[in-house]
Ligand binder design. Sequence first.
Ligand code: ADP
Ligand code: MG
Length: 289
Amino acid sequence: MKLAVYGKGGIGKSTTSCNISIALRKRGKKVLQIGCDPKHDSTFTLTGFLIPTIIDTLSSKDYHYEDIWPEDVIYGGYGGVDCVEAGGPPAGAGCGGYVVGETVKLLKELNAFFEYDVILFDVLGDVVCGGFAAPLNYADYCIIVTDNGFDALFAANRIAASVREKARTHPLRLAGLIGNRTSKRDLIDKYVEACPMPVLEVLPLIEEIRISRVKGKTLFEMSNKNNMTSAHMDGSKGDNSTVGVSETPSEDYICNFYLNIADQLLTEPEGVIPRELADKELFTLLSDF
Ligand code: ADP
Ligand code: MG
C-alpha cells in the first residue's frame, strides 16, 4: 500500500506521517517513509537527525546509480521504520516532481521499492503545479492533513482537485482528512458536507506533540520512555514489551489516535474520488458574510 500525505505547510504532515508509520509498523507492517519536502525534515523524529538526501547522495556520485547502495540512502528509524529523504531541487531551479521521480527510480534499482508493505510519502503543502502532485502517481491513497481554518481547507480543496485529476489515469483514492491541532471542527464538517470525504481522525493541539518535535522523538518513543521510567519507579522491570500499554503516561492516549488511523488504512477503505469546490463556493461556505 502506498500513501501520500498532503496538506498546507506547517500543518503537521511530518508529525502525522512519522507517528502513522510507527503505528503501521506496530501492526506488523514493513514500512518505508519517504520525505518529499525540500525541508527534508520528514524523518527527523524517526531517526533523530537530518539524514542525507537522495539528491545529495546522487550528486556526490555524479548520478551513477550503480555506485549507490541501499545503506547510502535508506536509514533505520525508531521502531523499525525505514526512512528516505528525497530532498528538493536547488532553490529557485528544477522541479520537485523530478526529485520524487529520481527517488522512486533509485529505490526500484535497489530493489527496495516493492519490498515494503507500506510506503508513505510525506509530501508538501499546496499543489500548485504537476511536480507537487508527482507522488500521487505512485500512491493508492492520498491523506490530507488540515486544521479548522480557511487556508488549510483551501489547500485541502486544491489537493482534492489533484486527486480527482490523477484518479482519471491512476487507481488513486482519497482516504480522507485528518484534522490536526484543532479543538474545533465546524469548518472541517462544513467542508466534508459540501465535498464528501471521510474524516479519519481529529487531533487537538497537544503540548506533548509540540515537545516531541523539540526532543526529536515520536510520541511512541516518548510514551515508551515514560512507561519504562514509571515502571522503574514502581520497582517493576521496564522493558520494551510495555510499549504503549501502561495506564500512566499521557502519550498513550495520543498514540491511540495514530493507531486508529493506521487501523482504518489497513482495512483498505474504499475512499473517494473527490469533486472539489469552485473557489467562489469555498469562500462562501467558509466565510461568515
Ligand atoms: P509539516 O510537515 O506539515 O510542515 P510538522 O509536522 O513539521 O508540519 O509540524 C509543524 C509543527 O507543529 C511541529 O513543531 C510539530 O511539533 C507541531 N505539531 C504538529 N501537530 C501538532 C499537534 N497536534 N499539537 C501540537 N503541536 C503539533
Ligand atoms: Mg514536513
